[in-house]
Design a protein. Structure first.
Length: 110
């Protein structure tokens, strides 16, 4: 599913905002529940540190140095399972999508 299709399907629950000014990052992050990082390669991901510091549950692919950035209680990791081309393949990753749904249900459904 393409990003635009996700937005069309879920309506206002999905927002494509583009760039966010650095001074507004925290205010933007605290509006959410989960930070999803879909990197295929990564050395050190400052974005997941900012997300965790803002109180978000971080869900990320298990690549590069990401497993060492946050303690296990602040991050849920998934092996990258890319199907199709690298541009849109990560959004078709059934393992990552199932993990994201599981984390949401576990942490935010009462």
């Amino acid at each position: 599913m393409q990003l635009e299709e996700l937005q069309e399907h879920y309506g206002d629950r999905v927002q494509l905002v583009g760039s966010v000014k650095h001074a507004l990052v925290r205010d933007f992050l605290v509006r959410g529940h989960i930070f999803l990082n879909t990197s295929l390669t990564e050395a050190y991901c400052m974005a997941i540190v900012e997300a965790a510091a803002s109180g978000l549950q971080v869900v990320s692919t298990k690549v590069g140095g990401i497993p060492e950035v946050l303690p296990p209680e602040l991050i849920t990791l998934s092996e990258p399972n890319v199907e199709g081309n690298k541009t849109c393949g990560i959004y078709r990753s059934t393992n990552l999508f199932k993990l994201l749904v599981y984390v949401y249900i576990l942490n935010f459904q009462h």
